[in-house]
Design a protein around this ligand. Structure first.
Ligand code: MEV
Length: 314
């Protein structure tokens, strides 16, 4: 008996961090996926393996987890999903992943969503996208200590997502051949969320005004995407970036990537995700090749990201 499920990574276009304070955000599922394959095992332990990540671990109810190869990182999400949504029968679990890890591109959400969907299928449980998204968010919260439902909702449903508190809409927007992502290894999301929270405590009035302004930008961006006003969309990204800097999540290397992409013709570029390392997104319809080349020539990791209308697939 076996099952398989895959789910996409994501990039946040507007509203990261502000979403943690109940403000709206816009995220896009991208064409890079995580795939989980589950098979029954005749051994007395569960084996989790990923050739892509050079990772192998053995799990037994008696001795717990033994890491044979690689880092625990993303395994935590698989382990928590197993704890919540599986019994203790031994499994063979394979993870294939085309999303850079720890770069703010939703790799943990994609792995969590794919694991839950594969487990549902393995156990022949009837499920819905809403239920998968909700349970994936629960897993992220447990592992990270803090997380909005943005990443897990986007990975589950696919497409362009506008999340406002618990309400999620799939919205229109033409982002094909328009996006380049530059990435470095990030600080972890929980740490960056905590850092913003501390600044919030020290400067509540200022920080609340900034979060409200980011919310305005995000609402405006939704309309701008719907009418496909490219120039304005780029401007809004740049304004959002200024405020991400103000709340303390920018770094020198992110700034360098942002200004490098603007110089190379991006209409807009900003941090995407938690910041503190991580990723930037550059928006430039039809000039993605030039931006990609400029970023890589200057020694940065970069890739083109196209939208994925497909969320979780089994
Ligand atoms: C992380 O991808 C985005 C943040 O807004 C945190 C969250 O929404 O959970 C920084």
């Amino acid at each position: 008996m076996g099952s398989r499920a895959s789910a996409p990574g994501k990039t946040i276009l507007f509203g990261e961090h502000a979403v943690v304070y109940g403000k709206p955000a816009i995220a896009l599922a991208i064409d890079k996926r995580a795939t989980i394959t589950i098979r029954e095992s005749h051994k007395d332990y569960t084996r989790i393996k990923s050739d892509d990540l050079h990772l192998e671990a053995i799990l037994t109810p008696e001795t717990g987890l033994k890491l044979k190869k690689g880092e625990i990182g993303i395994l935590n999400y698989i382990l928590k999903a197993l704890e919540f949504y599986h019994d203790s029968t031994p499994l063979k679990i394979k993870l294939e992943i085309g999303i850079p890890i720890g770069a703010g591109l939703g790799s943990s959400a994609a792995v969590t969503v794919a694991t839950i969907a594969a487990l549902d299928k393995y156990h022949e449980r009837k499920t819905t996208l809403t239920s998968i998204a909700k349970r994936a968010h629960r897993v992220e919260l447990e592992v990270q200590g803090a997380a909005s439902p943005l990443d897990t909702s986007t990975s589950t449903h696919g497409g362009l997502i506008y999340l406002d508190k618990e309400k999620m809409d799939q919205i229109k927007g033409d982002l094909k051949d328009s996006l380049v992502i530059g990435y470095t290894r990030s600080e972890d999301t929980a740490k960056m969320v905590k850092l913003v929270k501390e600044r919030m405590k020290r400067h509540p009035k200022i920080m609340n005004l900034i979060m409200d302004t980011i919310a305005h930008i995000t609402r405006k961006a939704r309309k701008t995407l719907e009418i496909n006003d490219k120039e304005r969309l780029g401007e809004l990204m740049n304004i959002n970036q200024g405020l991400l800097d103000a709340i303390g999540v920018n770094t020198q290397s992110l700034s360098e990537m942002i200004y490098t992409s603007r110089e190379a013709g991006a209409l807009g570029s900003k941090i995407t995700g938690a910041g503190g390392g991580g990723s930037i997104i550059a928006y430039s319809p039809n000039r993605t090749r030039q931006i990609l080349e400029t970023l890589t020539d200057r020694g940065y990791n970069a890739m083109k990201a196209d939208p994925s209308t497909k969320g979780v697939l089994t």
